[in-house]
Design a protein around this ligand. Structure first.
Ligand SMILES: Cc1cc2nc3c(=O)[nH]c(=O)nc-3n(C[C@H](O)[C@H](O)[C@H](O)COP(=O)(O)O)c2cc1C
Length: 170
């Protein structure tokens, strides 16, 4: 699958079969994440690999829209490191770029995934940081549930010419 097809065919997957994701695939996904662009090339991110069933279940309780974590064998928490990037807006933008790389790499490996928003909601950030013992200078930005897909959502039409503008003509 080429890059364009990978981007176009990726869908959020919220149903997973009962099968673990092997360490080699997880490593590849993390490598893809770390090759994301970042403002001033700060690479101000850290990644928490969560494959402990008890922690995944607890996260599904903390996060109001993350029921799929009850079945997902794996989640990755993308954290922004405030020591490396002081500007929180850039921190979240950089981590978002890394998150998208994770989704696309997972899809290229035949895995399914879904982005679960954490930042900037304090009511999610605080309990997640506490549960996973994050150092105070690392803020959780996004959580990604990953596993082997048990659904195939339809392909939506998303290309709308009306969203494109040329030069100074809106
Ligand atoms: C910042 C952000 C936060 C999201 N949070 C959630 C979430 O909490 N739970 C969820 O099931 N999906 C979440 N999603 C996934 C979106 O619902 C999904 O990307 C959107 O419906 C488009 O579908 P697609 O990913 O299949 O293209 C989030 C996506 C983004 C970008």
């Amino acid at each position: 699958m080429d890059a364009f097809e990978n981007i176009i065919t990726r869908r959020s997957i919220r149903k997973f079969i009962d099968k673990p994701v092997d360490d080699q695939m997880t490593g590849k996904i993390l490598e893809a994440a770390m090759y994301a662009p970042s403002a001033r090339n700060t690479q101000a991110w850290s990644f928490v690999v969560i494959n402990n069933r008890e922690l995944l279940d607890k996260l599904s309780v903390i996060h109001p829209y993350a029921q799929m974590l009850k079945k997902a064998p794996l989640a990755i928490l993308v954290c922004g490191d405030k020591n490396l990037e002081k500007n929180e807006a850039y921190l979240s933008i950089n981590c978002s770029a890394a998150t998208q790389n994770i989704l696309l790499c997972a899809h290229s490996l035949g895995l399914g995934s879904v982005w679960l928003g954490v930042y900037p909601r304090n009511e999610r950030m605080e309990p997640i940081a506490n549960l996973l013992n994050l150092p105070a200078d690392n803020i959780p930005v996004s959580l990604i549930a990953i596993g082997w897909p048990d659904e195939q959502p339809p392909h939506p039409e998303r290309f709308f010419k009306g969203k494109i503008h040329y030069n100074d003509i809106w």
